[in-house]
Each structure stands twice: as structure tokens, then as C-alpha cells.
Design a protein around this ligand. Structure first.
Ligand SMILES: [Mn+2]
Length: 300
């Protein structure tokens, strides 16, 4: 008998690949919707609502990807505020990981009296570039730095100006590919990073639990941002920047499960699904199962 943890759930698509070099991850959210994510959730007793399916504006004046991403993130932030203020958990489906700027800016803005937000960031990369340090200028390499208040002003001022997140309230898990400038940035800000070798040595469940303890200290609510490239490409091949030696999908399912019942859970985000790189549908199935098990308690 499964326990219905979160009978109501708001699903939001951020159908944009503007922050990535391979932009075909913009097809991910609609595909998941069309494959029947809502139906799957209803079959296990959840009543999901597709609250929004956002895409970049087709505005010829918005040719600069920073403008278009900031605009999309601003609209996403407003939708997230609606969900948080209604006390309903959300699941954001990307799109490239630049959507995190919108998701967590909205969540931070919605917390009562702007009390601090906690965030677990599960990713093969650090996403902590600023335009000055990024060689590719791809915005999906910058969302964490933006949320911490660094980088292009269009991104740091989404919903409100300034940091959305303080460095003591965020942990990274699963990192195994990064540039030295990002590592230096996170070191300077004393962000706890659980590199993949530590995850392997101590076990994901142990690390996840410790990360939760850290990010829940002094915060009013928390979320989880999952870049699918944190997973091993054998389990989730459909991503833009696959990195070998990652987390097993089953390990992630099991390690996330205890967090779904914690007080203060606001929602999760699953980014970087690229259907063009997922010919067998393996990654789509992993995403559906992650959401299903996380919000309904799966077989527990
Ligand atoms: Mn990422």
C-alpha cells in the first residue's frame, strides 16, 4: 500500500534550450506531457495539474539569449510563486538548466518575510560560471552563480534584485566535470560540494541526508534541482552534456525518497532532458519514475 504524500502537484514546463549549445532540450517538457506524465501520476492516486508550459517569446527584438532567458525565467518565477503561495508542491520540467534561475527566484520570493531558501543541486557540473569566466557563454553553465547574486544583471534581478540563495544554504551533489574558475568561485563562497568520488565512497543516501541537514538549517523551505547529467549516461543518455561515472538512477530514486516527506519541501526541478539524444525513451522513463516515486511515495 503506497502512502499518498502529495496528492496535489503542479507541473510546469520550461520549454527552452536557449541556454544550451544543443538547444533540442526545448522539446523535453511537451514530450513528457504527451507521453502521459499526468496520466501516470493519476494512476497512482495523484491529481496533477499542468499549471504552465512556458516557451521563449518569439519576439524579433529579443535576439540576445540573455534577454530571452531572463524573460522566460521571470514568467516562470511568477508561476512558482503562485504554486508556493497555494501551498502546493511543484515539479518544473526543463528545458536547459538556466530555468533554475526562474524556479528558485520565484521560490525565494514566495517564502514568508523572504526568509532563506535551502537548495540541493544535483549535477555533474557546477553551473557556477559568470559571463566573464565562461568560455562557451552558455547560460546553462551559470544558474547557480546567478542565484547566488553573481553574473549578468538581467539574470540576477529576476523577480527581485540580489541573491536568491545564500552559499551556506546550498549543496552540490554528483559533480565530476568543471572549470577551475567555477571551483574557485564555490570555494571562495564556502559552498559544500559533494564530488562524485565522495558520493561513491560514502553512498548517495548518506550524502543526501547530510546535505539536507546542512541546507535545512536556518531556512524556511527547500527544493531540489536535478540536472539529469548527474545520472550515469547508461541510465539517462538523453542529456546535452553527458559525463561518464555518474549516479545510478535507482540510487537517486532511493536517496531522494526520504526528502519527499520532509517539512518545508517546496518542489523539485528536473532539467536538461534532450529527447533528440534519447532514441529508446530510457531517459523519459527515468524522469517519469522520479516524479512518480518522489511525490507519491512509490511502493513505500
Ligand atoms: Mn546543470
Amino acid at each position: 500500500m503506497s502512502i499518498m504524500l502529495h496528492p496535489h502537484l503542479r507541473l510546469l514546463g520550461a520549454a527552452s534550450g536557449l541556454g544550451a549549445r544543443d538547444r533540442r532540450c526545448d522539446l523535453g517538457p511537451e514530450l513528457l506531457r504527451d507521453l502521459g506524465l499526468g496520466r501516470t501520476l493519476r494512476a497512482v492516486g495523484c491529481t496533477p495539474v499542468w499549471q504552465a508550459m512556458l516557451s521563449p517569446q518569439k519576439n524579433p527584438l529579443m535576439v540576445d539569449p540573455y534577454d530571452a532567458i531572463a524573460d522566460l525565467c521571470q514568467r516562470l518565477a511568477v508561476e512558482i510563486m503562485v504554486a508556493v503561495e497555494a501551498d502546493t508542491p511543484f515539479a518544473v520540467l526543463g528545458g536547459d538548466h538556466s530555468c533554475a534561475i526562474g524556479t528558485w527566484s520565484g521560490a525565494a520570493a514566495a517564502l514568508p518575510n523572504r526568509r532563506p531558501l535551502g537548495l540541493i543541486w544535483i549535477d555533474a557540473h557546477m553551473d557556477s560560471h559568470t559571463p566573464e569566466t565562461s568560455a562557451s557563454d552558455a547560460v546553462h553553465g551559470m544558474p547557480l552563480a546567478s542565484l547566488l547574486g553573481y553574473g549578468d544583471a538581467r539574470l540576477t534581478k529576476v523577480q527581485f534584485s540580489g541573491p536568491k540563495l545564500f552559499s551556506e544554504h546550498v549543496c552540490l551533489i554528483g559533480v565530476r566535470s568543471y572549470e577551475s574558475a567555477e571551483a574557485e568561485f564555490l570555494r571562495q563562497h564556502k559552498v559544500r560540494v559533494y564530488f562524485m568520488d565522495e558520493v561513491r565512497r560514502r553512498g548517495l543516501a548518506t550524502v543526501m541526508n547530510e546535505a539536507y541537514e546542512l541546507i535545512s538549517r536556518g531556512t524556511a523551505g527547500f527544493g531540489i534541482s536535478i540536472d539529469l547529467d548527474a545520472l550515469d549516461p547508461l541510465d539517462a543518455p538523453g542529456v546535452g552534456s553527458p559525463e561518464p561515472g555518474g549516479i545510478a538512477a535507482l540510487d537517486l530514486l532511493h536517496a531522494l525518497a526520504p526528502l519527499s516527506a520532509k517539512p518545508g519541501l517546496l518542489g523539485i526541478e528536473i532539467a536538461e532532458f534532450n529527447p533528440a539524444r534519447d532514441p529508446d525513451g530510457k531517459t523519459a522513463r527515468v524522469i517519469t519514475r522520479l516524479i512518480e516515486e518522489f511525490f507519491t511515495g512509490g511502493g513505500r
